[in-house]
Write a protein that binds this ligand. Sequence first.
Ligand code: OGA
Ligand code: NI
Length: 353
Amino acid sequence: MGEGYAPSAAVELPSKMVQEIADSGYAVPEKYIHKEVSSIDPESLPWMPSDVLIDLQQLLLDSPSELHKFRSALLSWRCFQVVNHGMTSSFLDEVREITKQFFALPSEEKQKYMRPVDDFEGYGNDTFVSKDRVLDWTDRLYLLSYPEDRRRLKFWPEEPPSLREVLGEFSIKSQAVLKAVIKAMERSLDLKEGSIGDQYGEKGMIFSRFNFYPRCPLPDQVLGIIPHTDGSALTILLQNKEVEGLQVLKDDQWFKVPVIPDALFINAGDQCEIMSNGMFKSPVHRVVTNSERERVSVAMFCTPDPENEIGPAAELINDGQPQLYRNVKNYPTIFYHYYQLGESPLASVKIQG
Ligand code: OGA
Ligand code: NI
């Protein structure tokens, strides 16, 4: 397991972790600087409204008004925040805490979990084939955390001691949220139950990514993560409680995502766009850096069973709306291939017409 997601060509690893660069006090290396962007000034940008907020319990109870809100959030923003999701405030704090504690470990300790060049799991930075690709100001720990029998514990840190258990629990709880959201997606599109859920399958996986964004001395020229879409079906994101940084693109305008401390941020991923035949699109989003405060986040990328072929739900294909994407299997592999090249993964599965 794992080979299918590995970097597909010879890759150049950044020689240093971003945290080391930040701590060294040296100038920001050229390869992190976006020269074509005049300024990434978050001050001047509008906020995404904080009422794009869904009550998951109400959604599960089939509340028509909540379902309506959910559908319009996905149609207009392609993402939303969710409360009443079954995770307590103190549990979410624990997830944030293990993240901060892991990145605060001495580098020798973190190196034990270093991602091998030809693997996708472990501690490290992104890999890029393209030399022109500007690097992200972030360090990561990437683990396949669900289902349990896919876990490769050699990459699971033993420090902090509660990390394994907390991540295990976070994964199980995220899976429950995911199932509820998929059901709601089916209902809000008037699909038969299972039209999307059956494609997703019982053996869908969760890739967990712990992101650490060190303070950056050049926040208006350096990005935490460049504009991208996610290769998941859905991404469930736990944000830092105090520090914002995530932005979503809507109608060519960047919006800052507010931090709502007990809420989870959920966005559609490319595979949601494919299965909904373009109804629920995958939003472009990015992360900005901050010169004063570091930031952590935990992204749970939920992806269908890699053995399943997924494609636009049959009920969403008709004379007025042809099939927009071809059927695919194991989309994350396609995603990484194109992402590393700096090309659009989704464009590669679009049916030209
Ligand atoms: C990601 C991502 C957002 C964040 O990891 O793909 O978009 O706020 N993260 O860290
Ligand atoms: Ni993302």
